[in-house]
Design a protein around this ligand. Structure first.
Ligand code: AMP
Ligand code: MG
Length: 492
């Protein structure tokens, strides 16, 4: 018999309290919307078989593949600052783990595959719109080079889900280096289950941070490592204008990947106070708040680890605080290093952050488009002839002129020639991001008109974000006033 999924499951081998065994709920008549063929191959899966009727039934949860050990993971979490001791996979089922072509262990999870013991009042299902949004944005993030879960497939179930209206149901097959969250640790810590926290920490170290297994104080090293990955991740988000939208501790991955795409969105014009999510009424998860929220979430993680640090609680707290105190430095290093590269600077000078911040300030005051400003600035690296295209993005173009003089002065201190600077800048300043109005238009066409051609087109464009793709230049443009999408919805 052919082994279609070379499963090698480790999470399902953890003690019973870590998860609930539950199979996906069969659906009426599944149809494949999209299969990520390159990703399938990378995972050692046969894309032709996955698109066969048998493969599609598995991707829809209608059939369980050989070797799968389907489970819903237990976790807790702070949602908008409020602790919920039990959340868990309410509409997701982990089929199992495979080792990819790089030797990395990957979870294969169905999202929207029916109720689980953690569903609470939910139906365990997902609607097509949010599935397509997650597919598009997670794959765009991957193409931008940002750590993220991936999308292997989207299927429609042939059944409706009840939201405010009846919507077509869908299942996303999500790939992750793991689905372990800060909230997974909180689940055990909230139950004073120190053995559970330790077991989970050991699993995480073996899986995500093997280098620290032999460290003198592995749990301290784990906290430092997760702080480092999260600091780096959030810096990468800011550098492309990404707003996660629901940075709850249950949506904060321990491996440092972007996870749980809900009402996420990219900013068009630069404003750190930007919020799109309809449920984020207080702006807790605004673009510019993300670093401080990451630190807040990491503090919740540190609290879970305290009993593993030492028996003297005061000492453990002091050690955790010292580690958390390192977040700002780690974040600043990643963020300003990224900004320096966006400005085409090859060397480091103490006043570079000021130069970068002054550009961002001018952009905010003049509603300049974030992505286009940096992309066009890359061309302006060739000389002042390129300035016209940048300055027209600013409500008051003179705000750019004053800054550009300083930028040219700074650049001219470096030996690199203009062409090298332009090339380096174009490699970090994307032309194409999943702009909100484009994502919404794609979803509208698919859900209301069963037209998936715009979805395919957008995916193809976003797969090469740093290429010019002149035929699709319109996709690089910000929305016209009447096209602007001001709110996004999580659609759960
Ligand atoms: P999210 O905000 O989407 O990350 O979800 C938060 C919690 O709600 C998680 O425990 C989810 O599993 C659960 N949840 C979200 N949508 C549903 C649904 N349709 N049915 C059951 N549980 C859900
Ligand atoms: Mg979640």
């Amino acid at each position: 018999m052919t082994v279609h999924f070379p499963f090698d499951n480790t999470y399902a081998a953890l003690p019973d309290g870590f998860f609930a065994r539950v199979a996906p709920t069969p659906v009426a008549s599944p149809k494949l919307v999209k299969l990520n063929r390159p990703l399938a191959l990378h995972l050692g899966l046969d894309p032709d078989w996955l698109s066969s009727p048998e493969g599609v039934e598995i991707l829809a949860g209608k059939r369980v593949p050989d070797g799968a050990d389907p489970i819903a993971m237990a976790y807790a979490g702070h949602q908008f600052g409020h602790f919920v001791p039990q959340l868990g996979d309410g509409r997701a089922i982990l089929l199992g783990e495979v080792i990819d072509a790089d030797g990395v262990r990957r979870d294969i999870q169905l999202k929207g595959s029916g109720p689980t013991p953690f569903s609470r009042r939910g139906d365990g299902r997902a609607a097509l719109g949010p599935v397509l949004r997650e597919y598009i944005v997670s794959e765009a993030m991957a193409a931008l080079g940002i750590p993220t879960t991936r999308s292997l497939a989207a299927v429609v179930t042939g059944e409706n889900v009840v939201r405010e209206t009846l919507l077509p149901g869908a299942v996303l097959t999500r790939i992750a280096s793991s689905h372990i969250r800060v909230g997974t640790f909180q689940y055990f810590a909230a139950r004073s289950d120190v053995a559970g926290v330790r077991r989970l920490a050991d699993h995480v170290i073996a899986r995500h941070y093997p280098d620290i297994a032999d460290a003198e104080r592995p749990y301290h090293a784990l906290l430092d490592a997760v702080i480092g990955r999260q600091a780096e991740l959030v810096a990468r988000w800011l550098l492309v204008g990404f707003i996660h939208g629901v940075m709850n501790t249950d949506n904060t991955s321990i491996s440092g990947d972007t996870i749980d795409y809900g009402p996420c969105a990219f900013i068009d014009s630069y404003d750190p106070a930007t919020v799109f999510s309809s449920i984020d009424e207080m702006g807790r998860y605004a673009y510019g708040n993300q670093p401080r929220i990451a630190l807040w979430n990491l503090t919740r993680f540190a609290e879970c680890l305290l009993p593993l640090f030492c028996d003297d609680q005061d000492k453990a707290i002091a050690e955790a605080q010292s580690a958390l105190g390192g977040f700002a430095e780690k974040f600043d290093a990643a963020y300003y290093d990224g900004l320096r590269r966006k400005l085409g600077l090859f060397t480091t000078r103490a006043d570079d952050p000021e130069l970068a911040n002054d550009l961002l300030k001018a952009m905010a005051e003049n509603a300049a488009d974030f992505t286009l400003t940096f992309r066009r600035l890359s061309d302006a690296a060739l000389g002042p002839a390129g300035d016209a295209h940048v300055r027209q993005l600013f409500a008051d173009p003179a705000a750019y002129d004053a800054w550009a003089v300083r930028w040219r002065q700074r650049s001219s201190d470096e030996p690199q020639d203009a062409a090298a600077r332009r090339a380096a800048m174009r490699a970090v300043n994307p032309a194409f991001i999943p702009r909100n109005h484009r994502v919404e238009a794609v979803i509208e066409a698919a859900v209301n008109r069963h037209d998936f051609a715009p979805f395919e087109e957008l995916l193809a464009i976003l797969a090469q974000p740093y290429e010019d793709q002149p035929a699709f230049a319109a996709y690089a443009e910000p929305p016209e006033q009447h096209e602007r999408v001001l709110q996004t919805f999580c659609g759960t």
